[in-house]
Write a protein that binds this ligand. Sequence first.
Ligand code: PYC
Length: 311
Amino acid sequence: MIRVIDSHTEGEPTRLVVAGGPDLGPGTLAERRARFASGFDRFRSLVVNEPRGSDAVVGALLCPPDHPGSVAGVIFFNNVGYLGMCGHASIGTAVTLARMGRIGPGIHHLDTPVGTVAVDLVDANTVTVENVESYRLAHAVGVDVPGLGRVTGDVAWGGNWFFLTESVTTPLDAANITELTRIATAIRDALAAAGITGRDGAEIDHIELFGPPRGAGARSRNFVLCPGGAYDRSPCGTGTSAKLACLAADGKLAPGERWVQESIIDSRFEAEYRPAPGGGIIARITGRAYVTLEATLTRDPADPFADGIRF
Ligand code: PYC
């Protein structure tokens, strides 16, 4: 029986699989993610794709941890594949674990395929995630984007790979989401065509557009394109971490200084960082999550879309 608990974090949905997931065997979360992808990809699709889910849903498979001090392991996935870390889904996972009675207020650790993160359950809905080390890989990278011209931005790691740019002039307004999605997709395609990648040739699969904030106290507004073409309703935890790494590298944000990142739907993350031993930063991201559904997923073998609609 596949048991899931849905939540949203600042508008971005998470579907946590709490029972009935595939047995991925022993090993690190990275090894188990590889086994998930090679042997159980239909399960990923069944959980997040239509008709049970949507392109916006990020799935999270709850697993046994691989470090003795951690409360759980988590593998994040979406409509097209797998993530390294996921900030909004870590917040959603912590709130859901609290609702299940598995954690109480205070600090807990989650193992992910890219490292262990800390989640501090501040209250039933508020969580601070201390992410893996984030860093800027490349500054002021130019790419020619068909129909858009030269776009300049930074390449940074925040648990996933991001291209961050302030070059786009289309206002970051919810009314422009279709156009912003088209622009960000064109930038991602142009980066791939130009051979611009993250470390070790990793695909830059998240594009982050920045503009001036609208709400009181916010420092910036963003639009984040996720790998499967959906936009992040939240300000994106790993994307905000990547942003802080760039601000720190530019000397524009001091350790401990508060950064309020606004999303395209006006939701917010509060963030700050401390320097990390590797030369990058450790970002702390605070947001709120709410449980929206507890359900059992059923699979009828006669259903032509039993494993979700896959392209
Ligand atoms: O919050 O890190 C995040 C995230 C990544 C993709 C969607 N949300």
